[in-house]
Design a protein. Structure first.
Length: 573
C-alpha cells in the first residue's frame, strides 16, 4: 500500500474513533441529565452498538482484500483467432462485433466488473489506444493474421518550394506488388516494386507554397488496388528566404539557378564579377549587418578568392549565427582556398578535375572533389553513389559544397523537374532554419482516435475544416513537451494554433483509411504491453479489493437498531 493510502486509512480510523468517544460521552451526560433512571444494560447496548457501527463504517470505506481464484479475462477484439476456453470470462470491446458476449466500454471496466480475473488473454488485432497502458495483471497476446497492406508509413515533413519530399513505409504480407505515389492531378510521379516485408521510399517534388494531398497506392501483382492512403504535403511559404548568389564570372549555371529561384518565389539576388573592377547584378554588401538578412549565400571559388579578409570573416560570422553557405567549386582549387574552406568545416580532397559522364549517359559532370570528415552529411548522390552535395555544421549554420558544375543542362534538355529537385534539396538543407516555434502533432491522425498536440504554450486550439475552433487542455503530466489530447470528429485538413499564433496544418485521415496501419500499430502496442506486464501468480491466486456491500448492509442494520433503541423510552410506573 502506498504512503497516501496508509495515511487515509489512519485518518479514517482516527475520525471514527473520535466519533465513538463523543457518542459515549454524550450517552453518559444524557443518563446523568435524564430524570429517568436508565438501566445500565441499555446504556451498554447503546455504546456497544455505536462501536459496532463505527467498525462497520470503517470496513465499508476500506473493505478488506479477498483472495480470488485463477480466472482469465478473454478479451474479444476484431480478428479474433481463438474462442474462450474453460475458466475464461469472455468480454467484448466496442470495436468488436461479437454477439452473445458481455460488452464493456473499455478494459478497465471489465477488470472492475470481474475482479476474480487473474490474467488477460487477447487474441486478434490487439487492444486499441484507449486500453493501451499499464495493467495490474499479466497479459497474454495471440496475434491474428498479419495485415496484407501497409504496416508502416512516414508522412513527409514540411518542405520549401521546389524541394523534394519523401514518403516511405513498409508493406505487410503482400506477396508482390507495386507502390505508387500519385500527385493531386492523379498522375503517378514515383513507383517502386515491393514484396512481403519490403521497405520503400518514394520521392516527389513541390513547386508553390501551400497544402497538397498526394496519395500512396499499394497494388498487387495483377494491378488491383490493395490499399490507399493520403500523403499530406505542406510547402511552407519560402518568400521570406533570401538567397544571394555570387559568381566570379558569367556562366549558364548561375543564370539557371536564378531562374529556378524566381520560379519558386525565392527572394534571390545575383551578382557576377565581369573583371576590371566591374560587377553585374544586385548589390550584395558582405557585412555583418547585410548578411544578417541573408538566409543562404551561394559563392563560387573564383569570387571567394577576390573577397577581402574582412568580408570572409563577416561570412564566417554570419554562418555561425545561422546563415547557410554553399561553396561552389568550378575547377581545381588553390591551396589557400582549400585551407580557408577547411576552416569553415569543408575539407576537400581530390585534384578538382572534371569527371566526365560515361558515353551516351545523361549524368552530369562533377569535379573530382570529396568532402572529407565524419561530420559531413550527404545531400545528393549520383548514379555511382558518389556524393555530389554535402554539408557540415558551423555554429548555428551550415556550410555546404556542391561538386556538380552543369546542372543547367537539365533545364536546357527538357528536364527542368530534375534541376528543380537538385537545387530544392540544396536550399532546403542549407537555408537558415526557421526559428518560429510551432505546435507539433505526434504521429498520424485518424478521425475518432486520440491525437496528441505537443509543444504548446499557455493556450492551444484546433481549427477543423468547418473553421470551428476546439480548445485544448494541456495535460499536467506531459512534462516539458506540454501536450494536449484531442479526438477529431471529421477528416481533412486541420490547423493547430497556440498563443504564439504559429499555425501547424495537419491532415486527419478518415476512420476507415489504411486500416492495416492501425491494425499493425495496435498489434505492436499490445505485444509491448504483454512484455511489460508482471508474471502470473505461481499459486493461481491473487488478492483483490473486497466488496463494501456486505459491510454496508450490516451497517444499515446496526444503525436501525441503534436508532430504535435510542428512541425507545421505558414506561413509567
Amino acid at each position: 500500500m502506498s504512503d497516501g493510502g496508509m495515511t487515509l486509512h489512519w485518518l479514517t480510523a482516527a475520525v471514527i474513533a473520535a466519533a465513538v468517544l463523543v457518542g459515549t460521552a454524550r450517552l453518559l451526560l444524557w443518563r446523568r441529565a435524564s430524570r429517568v433512571d436508565t438501566p445500565l444494560w441499555r446504556l451498554g447496548a447503546l455504546a456497544g452498538l455505536q462501536m459496532t457501527a463505527a467498525v462497520l463504517l470503517y470496513l465499508t470505506l476500506n473493505p478488506p482484500a479477498t483472495v480470488v481464484g485463477a480466472a482469465a479475462l478473454r478479451v474479444v477484439t476484431p480478428g479474433q483467432v481463438a474462442e474462450a476456453g474453460p475458466g475464461e470470462i469472455p468480454v467484448a470491446l466496442p470495436e468488436s462485433d461479437a454477439v452473445d458476449v458481455v460488452r464493456v466500454p473499455d478494459l478497465a471496466t471489465a477488470l472492475r466488473r470481474f475482479p476474480e480475473a487473474q490474467s488477460i488473454r487477447v487474441s486478434g488485432d490487439g487492444l486499441p489506444p484507449r486500453d493501451q497502458g499499464a495493467l495490474p495483471v499479466p497479459l497474454e497476446y495471440e496475434p491474428g493474421p498479419a495485415p496484407v497492406g501497409l504496416v508502416e508509413f512516414s508522412s513527409p515533413s514540411p518542405v520549401a518550394p521546389g524541394a523534394g519530399f519523401e514518403a516511405g513505409g513498409r508493406v505487410g504480407t503482400l506477396a508482390s506488388g507495386v507502390v505508387e505515389l500519385v500527385d493531386p492531378a492523379d498522375q503517378v510521379v514515383a513507383r517502386a516494386p515491393v514484396e512481403a516485408g519490403d521497405q520503400f521510399q518514394l520521392t516527389a517534388y513541390t513547386r508553390a507554397a501551400g497544402l497538397a494531398l498526394f496519395h500512396l497506392r499499394l497494388r498487387d501483382a495483377q494491378g488491383d488496388l490493395v490499399e490507399e492512403i493520403a500523403v499530406p504535403v505542406e510547402t511552407r511559404d519560402a518568400a521570406a528566404i533570401r538567397m544571394v548568389v555570387l559568381a566570379g564570372a558569367p556562366n549558364p549555371e548561375v543564370r539557371q539557378v536564378r531562374r529556378w529561384a524566381e520560379s519558386v518565389e525565392l527572394d534571390v539576388s545575383l551578382q557576377v564579377d565581369l573583371g576590371a573592377g566591374l560587377r553585374l547584378g544586385d548589390a550584395a554588401p558582405l557585412t555583418a549587418a547585410g548578411l544578417s538578412e541573408v538566409d543562404l549565400l551561394v559563392i563560387d571559388d573564383r569570387r571567394w578568392e577576390t573577397l577581402p579578409g574582412a568580408s570572409r570573416a563577416a561570412v564566417a560570422s554570419a554562418v555561425r549565427s545561422g546563415m547557410g553557405l554553399l561553396l561552389r567549386p568550378t575547377g581545381p582549387l588553390g591551396g589557400e582556398t582549400r585551407r580557408q574552406w577547411a576552416a569553415l568545416g569543408v575539407s576537400l580532397s581530390g585534384a578538382g578535375d572534371a569527371v566526365a559522364p560515361p558515353d551516351e549517359s545523361e549524368a552530369l559532370t562533377r569535379l573530382d572533389l570529396t568532402h572529407d570528415g565524419s561530420a559531413a552529411v550527404s545531400i545528393l548522390l549520383d548514379d555511382q553513389e558518389a556524393v555530389t552535395a554535402s554539408w557540415s555544421g558551423l555554429g548555428l549554420g551550415r556550410v555546404g559544397v556542391i561538386t556538380v558544375v552543369d546542372t543547367y543542362a537539365l533545364a536546357l534538355t527538357g528536364r527542368p523537374e530534375q534541376h528543380s529537385r537538385i537545387w530544392g534539396a540544396v536550399v532546403s538543407a542549407l537555408a537558415r532554419a526557421d526559428d518560429q516555434a510551432r505546435p507539433e502533432i505526434e504521429g498520424l491522425a485518424w478521425s475518432g482516435r486520440r491525437v496528441a498536440v505537443c509543444d504548446l504554450q499557455d493556450e492551444g486550439r484546433v481549427i477543423d475544416p468547418t473553421r470551428a475552433a476546439h480548445s485544448l487542455i494541456i495535460d499536467p503530466g506531459a512534462g516539458a513537451r506540454r501536450c494536449a489530447a484531442w479526438w477529431p470528429e471529421t477528416a481533412g485538413w486541420h490547423v493547430a494554433v497556440d498563443d504564439r499564433d504559429q499555425p501547424t496544418p495537419f491532415y486527419v485521415h478518415p476512420a476507415d483509411a489504411a486500416s492495416s496501419l492501425l491494425r499493425a500499430a495496435d498489434r505492436q502496442a499490445t505485444l509491448n504491453m504483454a512484455a511489460a506486464t508482471p508474471d502470473a501468480d505461481a499459486h493461481g491466486q491473487r488478492r483483490v479489493a473486497g466488496s463494501p456491500w456486505p459491510w454496508f448492509t450490516a451497517l444499515l442494520a446496526v444503525l436501525a437498531l441503534l436508532w430504535w433503541l435510542e428512541r425507545r423510552r421505558p414506561r413509567q410506573d
